[in-house]
Design a protein around this ligand. Structure first.
Ligand SMILES: Nc1ncnc2c1ncn2[C@@H]1O[C@H](COP(=O)(O)OP(=O)(O)OP(=O)(O)O)[C@@H](O)[C@H]1O
Length: 293
């Protein structure tokens, strides 16, 4: 599928944005009666982030990996303005994030589509909210639907689409608003391996043309390497950035790049950074059990 620059013309002039996190901390106060055991002591507070510093330049594709429960989703929520940090600041374009921003789009693991709207109407929705006229929003929605290979599925409802198709609609909906920042929280985790591979390639193909800033959380080391300009490795909870690894693989990337020696070297490097943190998080399972009880 070929695209011209005008096909992907932004709705507004792009700003020189970047994401800056400074000493971002987050501690949750548990509900009355709930407690966790931390370092052998009972506590009604759970520290999740303990001073995250991170700079993400405009147009970068950053993936975030870290042990389960290390606060990756909480970090995205803070960048999205959905959760307030307990300390430190998150800023986009030098402006502190205080609430959800219309220029930031979020794609979740579960597709979060409106079941009563068709695929096309789902993609149209955020444009409708922004006051884009009916004809213009329909055209733009159709364009993004086609971009994700869903021509002919315009009038299908989410329940009539496979998981992979639903996630294509969700990403198309996010990108149709021309977001300055796209946050993706394990968007392909619920998909089968083949669909996941295809969607990674589709996402890259489209991102390479629009170059919006992406922060993508994943549990898959291969996915993290394949997509990223740089990989942020988080420590076990309470999390900080352990290491940032620049991925110097050529673009555009083909799925076969995973068989290369260079790719394998990144696999080893990322796992080296993660291994100790995963072990620490596993020792923390007692906490999870106590917390979930
Ligand atoms: N609203 C909340 N109240 C209390 N604790 C919370 C809240 N939201 C998240 N947490 C806790 O914060 C910790 C980090 O959660 P988060 O979902 O960000 O981890 P994660 O790294 O995304 O995990 P996973 O990789 O398993 O998805 C977890 O222990 C979770 O239980």
């Amino acid at each position: 599928m070929s695209l011209s620059a005008t096909d992907l013309a932004p709705l507004a002039a792009p700003a020189a944005q970047r994401i800056a996190l400074r000493d971002v901390r987050k501690t949750f106060q548990l509900k009355p009666g709930q407690s966790v055991t931390l370092d052998g002591r009972s506590s009604d507070r759970i520290p999740v982030l303990s001073g995250v510093d991170l700079d993400i330049p405009q147009g970068a594709f950053v993936t975030v990996v870290g042990p389960s429960g290390s606060g990756k989703s909480v970090l995205l929520d803070i960048i999205a303005g959905l959760t307030e940090p307990s300390g430190g600041t998150a800023a986009i374009d030098g402006r502190k994030v205080a609430r959800p921003h219309p220029e930031t789009a979020y794609v979740f693991q579960q597709y979060a589509l409106f079941p009563w709207r068709t695929a096309l109407q789902n993609i149209e929705y955020p444009l409708e909210v922004r006051g884009v006229g009916r004809a213009a929003r329909r055209e733009r929605a159709r364009h993004f639907l086609h971009l994700f290979g869903l021509k002919g599925f315009e009038d299908r409802y989410p329940s009539q689409l496979s998981g992979g198709m639903q996630q294509r609609v969700a990403i198309a909906r996010a990108l149709a608003t021309d977001p300055q920042v796209l946050l993706m929280d394990e968007p392909f985790a619920a998909l089968d391996a083949q669909t996941r591979d295809i969607l990674q390639s589709e996402l890259l193909r489209i991102w390479e043309q629009i170059r919006t800033t992406v922060v993508f959380v994943t549990h898959s080391i291969d996915e993290a390497i394949f997509l990223a300009d740089r990989i942020v490795v988080m420590t076990a909870r309470p999390a900080q950035v352990k290491e940032t690894i620049a991925v110097d693989l050529p673009r555009p990337r083909d799925i076969d790049i995973r068989n290369s020696d260079a790719f394998n070297a990144y696999r080893v490097r990322v796992w080296d950074a993660l291994r100790e943190e995963v072990s620490k998080a596993q020792r923390d399972w007692a906490l999870a059990a106590a917390y979930n009880a």
